[in-house]
Ligand binder design. Structure first.
Ligand code: FMN
Length: 199
């Protein structure tokens, strides 16, 4: 049985060839991103996910930070490919930063000691769900995005640049923009190796 939701999920892909030709207003994009995060579930409805949206000059600033941090650790002879990759993110329209509020995780651990060990895992799961929701919602608008992980390398610089709380732990970066090159076919493993169904 296929339904609209499955079709929406199929539309979401990792888009690396981004442009900045976006017809949506920043307000409309912001509302969509916020709604996708708000309607994503979290353990105990703890709403641990935090999101920062970087438009205009804030967007290239993020990729400048990543470039500066990587330059310090990537050997110069390999840096051209790194620079090209970062340029492809910078070519997008904006970026989204995903965080998890560790203060909430700690509060939950204190409050519900029985589940203390589980809360960090559930927080990671919550951020993944929020990321997927946002990514899929943007895809419905014809907007391409990818998921990047330059944390924890950039954590402190990001916190400093946008004056973010220490307790916000960076979990992912999502550059987005117009889709300049459609993604290739995706390969799937055999269903029989993946699913067991008992009737
Ligand atoms: C938890 C997670 C981490 C990922 N990390 C990265 C990443 O750091 N860089 C990247 O380019 N893609 C990353 N991806 C994207 C995957 O490579 C991609 O989703 C996968 O190959 C399937 O392709 P699709 O997104 O086009 O469906 C990540 C995806 C997930 C779910």
């Amino acid at each position: 049985m296929r339904n609209n939701y499955i079709e929406m999920m199929e539309k979401r892909r990792s888009i690396y060839a981004l442009g900045n030709t976006i017809e949506h207003t920043e307000k409309a994009l912001q509302e969509t991103i916020m709604a996708a995060v708000k309607h994503s579930p979290s353990a105990f409805n703890s709403q641990t996910s935090r999101v920062v949206i970087l438009f205009n000059e804030h967007h290239p600033k993020l990729w400048d930070i990543v470039e500066e941090k990587l330059r310090a650790i990537v050997p110069a002879e390999h840096f051209t490919s790194t620079e090209e990759k970062l340029a492809s993110f910078r070519a997008g329209f904006a970026s989204i930063l995903f965080f998890e509020d560790q203060n909430i995780v700690k509060q939950l651990q204190d409050q519900f000691s029985l589940y203390a060990e589980q809360f960090p895992t559930w927080s990671e799961q919550a951020t993944g769900i929020a990321q997927h929701s946002v990514w899929t919602a943007l895809a419905q608008e014809g907007i391409g995005a990818s998921l990047q992980h330059y944390n924890p390398l950039i954590d402190q610089a990001v916190r400093d640049e946008w004056q973010l709380p220490d307790a916000w732990k960076l979990t992912a970066q999502m550059p987005f923009g117009s889709i300049e090159v459609a993604p290739g076919e995706k390969e799937f493993m055999a269903d029989e190796d993946r699913f067991k169904v008992f009737h």
